[in-house]
Design a protein around this ligand. Structure first.
Ligand code: AMP
Ligand code: MN
Ligand code: MN
Ligand code: MN
Length: 278
C-alpha cells in the first residue's frame, strides 16, 4: 500500500502548502496520510479539511525536535489530538528559540561568507516565521548562488562544526513522549539511520524511548537505503517495535523523496497504523 506517515508542509520547512501536499499525495496514489511538520501543528487543520474533501484517510502528526545527550533526534507523534493543551504548550516552548538561533546563524554566515541580509533572506523562504530553520537558510544560500543545492549548503555550512551551525537545546526525550502520549498519539523514532551514533548508543536511546512509552520506529524512510531497511526491520522485530513508513518529503527538486512511499514490511512486523487505522 502506498502511504505516507512522515512529510512536511509550509507550516514548517516544506515547500507545498498543506492543501497542495494532500492533493499531491492523492495524485501519487497514497491511501493514508499524516502531516508531520516540525514542532508545529499549524498545517493540520487545512490538511485534514482537504483530505476529508478528497476522501483520503488522514491523521494529524508532528515531528518533535529532541536533544538527547549530545544528539538531536526526531520523534514523530502520529494520530495526535491537535487540541491537547500540553502538546500545544510544549511545542510553542520549543519553537521560541528558533528566531534567536536563526539570528545567530545569520550573523556567523554574514561574517564568514560576506553575504548580506542573510536573516531576512532566509525568512523570505519561510512561510511561518517562528519555524525558521536550517532548510530556509539552505534555500536562501542556493538562491544567492553560494551553493548549488541544499545538500551542499548543509555539508559546508549548516552541520555540526560548520560556521552556520548553532547548537540548540530542543525538548527532552521525556517531554516529547509525554506530549505525544497525553494527546493520545503513538510515538515513533524517526529516520534512525540518520543519527551519528553506534549500535550500542542507539540501543540505549531505544531503551529510554520504550521505557517512556515509545512504541514504533521508522523502518521504511526516505532517509533509508535498502540496507538500512533490512537493519531496522531486524531491530523492530528484535525489540517488538511497531513499524512506520514515511518519505520525509519536503520539496520537489531538492533531492529528497517525493510524497508517498510503498510500505510493505517484511513478515513479522506490525505496521504502526494498525493502532489507529485498522
Ligand atoms: P532545524 O530543525 O532548523 O535544525 O532543521 C532541520 C532540518 O534540516 C531537517 O528536518 C531537514 O529538513 C534539514 N536537514 C538536516 N540535515 C540535512 C542535510 N544534510 N541535507 C539536507 N537537509 C538537511
Ligand atoms: Mn525538515
Ligand atoms: Mn527529521
Ligand atoms: Mn521530517
Amino acid at each position: 500500500m502506498r502511504l505516507d506517515l512522515h512529510c512536511h508542509s509550509t507550516a514548517s520547512d516544506g515547500a507545498l502548502t498543506p492543501t497542495q501536499l494532500v492533493e499531491r499525495a492523492l495524485e501519487r496514489g497514497c491511501r493514508l496520510l499524516s502531516l508531520t511538520d516540525h514542532d508545529c501543528l499549524d498545517g493540520t487543520a487545512e490538511a485534514a479539511a482537504r483530505a476529508a474533501q478528497l476522501n483520503l484517510p488522514f491523521f494529524a502528526g508532528v515531528e518533535i525536535s529532541v536533544s538527547w545527550r549530545k544528539h538531536t533526534v526526531h520523534i514523530v507523534g502520529l494520530n495526535i489530538d491537535v487540541n491537547n493543551s500540553l502538546l500545544i504548550k510544549g511545542l510553542s516552548q520549543i519553537r521560541q528559540g528558533r528566531v534567536l538561533r536563526a539570528k545567530q546563524m545569520a550573523a556567523e554566515l554574514e561574517r564568514r561568507l560576506g553575504v548580506k541580509h542573510v536573516f531576512e533572506g532566509a525568512m523570505q523562504f519561510c512561510a511561518n516565521p517562528e519555524m525558521i530553520g536550517r532548510t530556509h537558510f539552505a534555500r536562501f544560500l542556493v538562491h544567492s548562488g553560494v551553493c548549488k543545492n541544499n545538500a551542499a549548503v548543509f555539508k559546508r555550512y549548516l552541520t555540526e562544526g560548520k560556521v552556520g551551525f548553532v547548537k540548540h537545546e530542543w525538548a527532552s526525550l521525556s517531554e516529547a513522549l509525554s506530549w505525544i502520549l497525553s494527546s493520545g498519539g503513538v510515538a515513533v523514532l524517526a529516520h534512525p539511520a540518520r543519527y551519528k551514533m553506534g549500535k550500542s548508543i542507539l540501543n540505549q536511546l531505544l531503551d529510554e524511548f520504550m521505557a517512556l512509552g515509545g512504541e514504533a520506529i521508522e523502518v521504511i524512510s526516505g532517509s533509508h537505503g535498502e540496507e538500512d531497511v533490512r537493519a531496522f526491520t531486524r531491530l523492530a522485530r528484535d525489540r517488538s517495535l511497531l513499524a512506520s513508513a514515511g518519505s520525509d518529503f519536503h520539496a520537489l527538486g531538492e533531492g529528497g523523496r517525493d510524497v508517498g512511499i510503498f510500505a510493505e514490511f517484511a513478515e513479522g512486523l506490525t505496521p504502526v497504523w494498525t493502532k489507529f487505522y485498522p
